[in-house]
Write a protein that binds this ligand. Structure first.
Ligand SMILES: Cc1ncc(COP(=O)(O)O)c(C=O)c1O
Length: 420
């Protein structure tokens, strides 16, 4: 292969058309979605109920509620854990925005904790220092397919009488100490959007083993009511409710995909192993880790560039942008997942979620500092990472992972070609 980078006109390492789209669709999907369409029960139809039961069984939870997004399921977790006006909820400084804005939705106050560089998850050793008398819950985000060390989170939470919410939106099937995510905390949320390892187009799943938490989550889910649309409703708002229900069509799609999820995860793990082997010796790359006791599902295979070794410690994000562009030009489909850490986002810097400073100006709230420099690890990660999702997913196999590895090695071995 020519060493001339594709971005400068050289041949692509991964030819056009190599990477196949996600998720794979077969006759199971076609038949189940068409049967739902022709079943004419689209509001909380039989597929919704069946999906709840099947996912709860798959994940090892007592209860599951199907929702119209992972964000909805997260908001249900926050409300069902009793977080309200002025309560503080501990969250990681780096994640998807709604891992944390779900706290604001219930007028509670997010308190950020920095991440651990190796795992990219909340630094469990720093959680206890963030606890105050107002703290009500901890949101542990199992980011990119790697579980948080949940035994440590649960131990701190139990000592302080806190609830634990697991954001499992990126980590269906990931395990820690042989237990699946979503079975450690008091409740958890999964996403079913286009990118997720279990995809139904859009949608989410709320899980818990706790009857009281289930009852409160269910009220928020459907107009404050206590009965599902499949039951004899009294149309009475027993609490402040939203409309977070899923529909039968997407539940049918989700059910069909669930029958294939274990196979998908096996393929992703095999592809990730081949990619890791292929790039192990590439210069200036920091590879993702799978610490002892964890089973990673590689939702997002995240690389960090060693900017000090590359001589770009002063302008990491700018040079990272050049590498990302060069990789994409080679056909190595990759991208920066979050280019802001969460406390740096405008909603937190302006402290203006509901307008007029609410909820931070609420008389129940205490002042909280969102200066981004308090979170140096998240800032370092944010400025130096890129990630890959679809290329490692089926129907793509190890042949694609090998080509991806070649493309990454080509760019990293010829990085001087980007120094213009
Ligand atoms: C970590 C994390 N939390 C929450 C969400 C929200 O999920 P959804 O898009 O289904 O609302 C996502 C995905 O977008 C996510 O990646």
């Amino acid at each position: 292969m020519s060493d001339k980078l594709a971005i400068h006109g050289g041949p692509k390492a991964v030819p056009d058309g190599t990477i196949k789209p996600w998720p794979p669709i077969d006759d199971t999907d076609r038949q189940m979605v068409m049967a739902s369409l022709e079943g004419h029960v689209h509001t909380f139809g039989p597929n919704c109920k069946a999906f709840q039961d099947e996912f709860a069984a798959w994940n090892g939870n007592k209860y599951c509620i199907t929702t119209n997004s992972g964000t909805a399921a997260l908001h249900m977790c926050v409300a069902a854990c009793g977080c309200g006006a002025g309560d503080e909820v501990i969250v990681p400084a780096y994640s998807w925005s709604s891992s944390v804005t779900c706290v604001l939705q219930h007028n509670a106050i997010p308190v950020f904790v920095d991440i651990d560089f190796d795992t990219m998850n909340i630094d469990v050793a720093k959680i206890e220092a963030a606890i105050t008398p107002r703290t009500k819950a901890i949101i542990a985000v199992n980011l990119h397919g790697l579980a948080v060390a949940m035994d440590k989170v649960m131990e701190v939470a139990e000592r302080h009488g806190l609830k634990v919410i697991e954001d499992c939106c990126q980590s269906h099937g990931a395990r820690y100490l042989d237990r699946k995510v979503g079975t450690w905390g008091h409740c958890g949320a999964f996403s079913l959007n286009q990118n997720k390892c279990l995809c139904s187009g859009e949608g989410g799943l709320f899980v818990t083993d706790d009857d009281a938490i289930l009852a409160d989550a269910q009220k928020l889910w459907s107009f404050g009511e206590t009965r599902t649309p499949a039951e004899n409703r009294d149309y009475h708002a027993y609490a402040l409710g939203w409309m977070y229900r899923n529909n039968d069509l997407t539940a049918a799609f989700g059910r069909a995909q669930l029958t294939k999820l274990d196979g998908y995860l096996d393929t992703i793990k095999a592809n990730a192993a081949v990619l890791t082997e292929g790039i192990r010796n590439a210069p200036a790359l920091i590879l993702p880790t799978e610490p002892e006791g964890h089973e990673h599902i590689w939702y997002n295979y995240t690389l960090r560039f060693d900017m000090a070794a590359l001589g770009h410690a002063a302008d990491p994000a700018a040079f990272r942008g050049k590498i990302v562009e060069a990789l994409n030009a080679e056909g190595v489909a990759n991208g920066v997942w979050q280019s802001f850490i969460l406390p740096a986002m405008t909603v937190f810097q302006a402290k203006n979620a509901y307008g007029r400073g609410c909820p931070w100006q609420c008389p129940h709230s205490a002042p909280v500092d969102y200066s981004p420099e308090q979170f140096p690890v998240a800032l370092r990660h944010q400025a130096s990472h890129t990630g890959m999702t679809m290329p490692l997913r089926p129907p793509n196999g190890t042949d694609v992972a090998e080509l991806m590895a070649k493309g990454i090695c080509k760019v990293m071995n010829n990085i001087d070609q980007l120094e213009t």
